[in-house]
Design a protein around this ligand. Structure first.
Ligand code: GDP
Length: 358
């Protein structure tokens, strides 16, 4: 499954956040391989629709979509030159599909800041600079080879790659990440550039700052177009230890409607470019992961390759219509069930039954 790397300076709350994600019983998917690597956690994507479907179908179990979070050791200034865990850090981050930057906003004199004081804009800049420098190194190393390939083959695609590489160099030299630029990432995909991955930000704020809208707006503006989540990692780690009722009280006392962890998983899933479709029956109510824009046959293929190969059509009811009508049969009678063919682009929350040849 796709993964999000949790990245940030030391002492910003990365491990606190990661541990809360993987210990949260609502999120921690119970996979035997979840513990193989201590810094990789498999997390269930919360989806209240599954509970409703399970009730409707009297399903024996619920299966959530999952995603991975990877706790990546602290980046420091100079990482791209091998400082700290420099190269290891970059290799780990290269393997992830999106980058979640944790930025410290909380003040705590007991927790030292590597660069002396708490300054979110500077820290965002520090991390982005290291990622940008790493990408510039990658490009510098790759360009002679790419140019030679283009020269010897005169292949149009290869020429386009060289042009894209030069444009990327220019953008990065201006201090702009590729994610935030409008360059097409496709031609440079094979280089696995770090700043071309989708970004998302977690601002680890003090409890009393959780409701500070002006602060939120200011921080969000710093990182646009990336999404930002505001949470207090310490509160999050307390919430997961509490019985439900007490957790709810604590949550309400901080003025939040839901734990920041849930928001993080939901936004993270979308940042990875993913969505889910649903299936339900007596055996299970289940969310299946597909990329946004996936066609009906691709979705069928996630369940079984034979479903994709033999795809005929899909009977689709939106989750809302299904719940409103009470059953697929009632939805059919009300004209809310649709037969869709090979070209159909799946929508989040489609409840699906595939028809296929075996
Ligand atoms: P990492 O180095 O980024 O992984 O940071 P840790 O998660 O290990 O946290 C470093 C220290 O900061 C620990 O002592 C945490 O208890 C503390 N910490 C983490 N999040 C918060 C927070 O939201 N508020 C406060 N006051 N302390 C925090």
């Amino acid at each position: 499954s796709l993964s999000i790397g949790i990245v940030g300076l030391p002492n910003v709350g990365k491990s606190t956040l990661f541990n809360a994600l993987t210990k949260n019983t609502a999120l921690a998917a119970n996979y035997p391989f979840a513990t193989i690597e201590p810094n990789v956690g498999i997390v269930a994507v919360p989806d209240p629709r599954l509970d409703e479907l399970a009730k409707l179908y009297d399903s024996a179990k619920i299966v959530h979509a999952t995603m991975q979070f990877v706790d990546i050791a602290g980046i420091v200034k100079g990482a791209s030159e091998g400082q700290g865990l420099g190269n290891q850090f970059l290799a780990n981050i290269r393997e992830t599909d999106a980058i979640c930057q944790v930025i410290r906003v909380f003040e705590d004199s007991d927790v030292t800041h590597v660069d002396g004081d708490v300054a979110p804009p500077r820290d965002i800049e520090t991390i982005n600079t290291e990622l940008i420098l790493a990408d510039l190194q990658t490009l510098e190393k790759a360009l002679p080879r790419l140019e030679k390939e283009a020269r010897t083959t005169k292949d149009r695609d290869k020429l386009a790659v060289v042009e894209a590489a030069r444009a990327a160099q220019k953008t990065l030299n201006d201090g702009v990440t590729l994610y935030a630029s409008d360059l097409d990432p496709a031609p440079l995909r094979e280089l696995h550039l770090l700043t071309a991955k989708p970004f998302l930000y977690v601002f680890n704020v003090d409890e009393d700052e959780l409701g500070d809208e002006a602060l939120r707006a200011r921080l969000q503006e710093l990182v646009a177009p990336a999404e930002a989540i505001f949470l207090d990692a310490k509160i999050e780690s307390e919430l997961i230890e509490l019985p439900d009722e007490e957790a709810l009280e604590l949550l309400q006392s901080t003025g939040q409607e839901e734990p920041g962890l849930l928001q993080l998983v939901r936004v993270g899933f979308a940042t990875l470019g993913l969505q889910t479709f649903l299936t339900a029956g007596p055996k299970e109510a289940r969310a299946w992961t597909i990329r946004k824009g996936a066609s009906a046959p691709e979705a069928a293929g996630v369940i079984h390759t034979d479903f994709q190969k033999g795809f005929i059509k899909a009977e689709i009811v939106s989750y809302e219509d299904l719940v409103a009508e009470g059953s697929v049969a009632a939805a059919r009678a009300a004209g809310k069930a649709r037969m869709e063919g090979k070209e159909y682009v799946m929508q989040d929350g489609d409840v699906v039954e595939f028809r296929f040849n075996v």
